[in-house]
Design a protein around this ligand. Structure first.
Ligand code: NAD
Length: 320
């Protein structure tokens, strides 16, 4: 592969981890990110420092919703692919501001797809989707063929819409596109609003942690290294046009209950948690659990980081 990769959201948690992996492979990357203040933008600037210093990455500080952003990028410059990760992420904030989530995630994705099809031939496209598209109605583990997706949050609905747009552009313009449904991702650089990061930080500081519900809700926690491996495998597969399907789960194939999670963090941090029990939250699903057999078959995806190892790795990163 000789061209560039366009990576939206490349300054964020998952994006900057994908960026570092691409740079490690010696690939040239253009990041588009607006460095918004959903969490401290300084963190995002730090996330891209090493890649920029390597000389292989360039960063375009811009909003994916703006037509100007795309007008300044030449779709005929010999791109290897688009990895589209830029989005407003997070379930609960999407309930407070659904219009913002819709505008960034849905309009932003439509513009990215449109741009990818604006050159002489469509650029292969990898879309970040989410386990949130499944909702609460399916038996676990979730399989990609679940007939009618039924998200229970505006965030999940925007991700379902992004998938619908990418499928439409596939039919309409023949773009090779794949949607990756990430299941709760954790590891170094994890977003500070996500449970593992928030809990570990507060337990370490002796502060109470808000725990929603009775502790029986469960999540499939996926280590960032496995997600990065899955994204790169999907990029290669979509470039080579060898995928039989459009949607793939990237999870760990193991569901961990909230009370188990807290006990594991207590052990990794070496301190007891102070629990601030709260009612269940609107928009939260009862459980997630990925069936990853399709990703295994088509992408060679095999999650390799155990939750125990991944948590130890995360806590040592947090302390550094
Ligand atoms: P993140 O917030 O760390 O990264 C998103 C990046 O997108 C940020 O750097 C942000 O500045 C950028 N961005 C947001 N709006 C933008 C805009 N209008 N224009 C340009 N850039 C913009 O989040 P993350 O956890 O790294 O998530 C990355 C992707 O993976 C998202 O699409 C998210 O929905 C998806 N996802 C994440 C998880 C998870 O557990 N972290 C799970 C499922 C899906």
């Amino acid at each position: 592969m000789s061209g560039r990769v366009l990576l939206t959201g490349g300054a964020g948690f998952i994006g900057s981890s994908v960026l570092d992996a691409l740079v490690l492979q010696g690939r040239r990357v253009t990041v588009v990110d607006d460095f918004n203040d959903y969490y401290d933008p300084r963190t995002k600037h730090e996330n891209v420092e090493a890649a920029v210093a390597s000389g292989l990455a360039q960063v375009v500080h811009a909003d994916i919703r703006s037509p100007q952003t795309w007008a300044e990028l030449d779709a005929d410059e010999g791109w290897d692919g688009v990895i589209h990760l830029a989005a407003r992420a997070g379930v609960r904030p999407s309930i407070r501001d659904p219009a913002l989530y819709t505008s960034v995630n849905v309009e932003g994705t439509a513009r990215a797809l449109d741009w990818a099809c604006s050159g002489s031939s469509p650029i292969p496209f990898v879309l970040a989707s989410s386990s949130s598209v499944y909702g609460d109605e399916y038996p676990v583990p979730f399989g990609e063929d679940a007939a009618a997706l039924s998200p229970v949050s505006p965030y999940g609905a925007t991700k379902q819409s992004c998938e619908a747009l990418a499928r439409t552009w596939r039919r309409m313009r023949g773009i090779r596109a794949v949607a990756l449904r990430f299941f709760t991702v954790y590891g170094p650089r994890q977003r500070p609003d996500l449970a593992i990061h928030k809990f570990a930080r507060r337990i370490d500081a002796g502060e109470p942690i808000p725990v929603y519900g009775d502790g029986s809700s469960a999540r499939d926690y996926t280590h960032i290294d496995d997600i990065v491996g899955g994204v790169l495998a999907a990029l290669a597969a979509v470039q080579q046009d060898r995928l039989d399907h459009f949607a793939y789960n990237l999870g760990s194939d193991r569901a961990i209950r909230l009370d188990e999670l807290i006990a594991a963090i207590e052990e990794a941090v070496g301190k007891a948690a102070v629990i601030d029990r709260q009612p269940e939250q609107l928009g939260d699903v009862k459980r997630t659990w990925a069936d990853v057999s399709r990703a295994g078959r088509d992408l060679g995806y095999a999650p390799s980081v155990t939750f125990e190892d991944g948590l130890r790795d995360f806590v040592s990163w947090l302390r550094r």
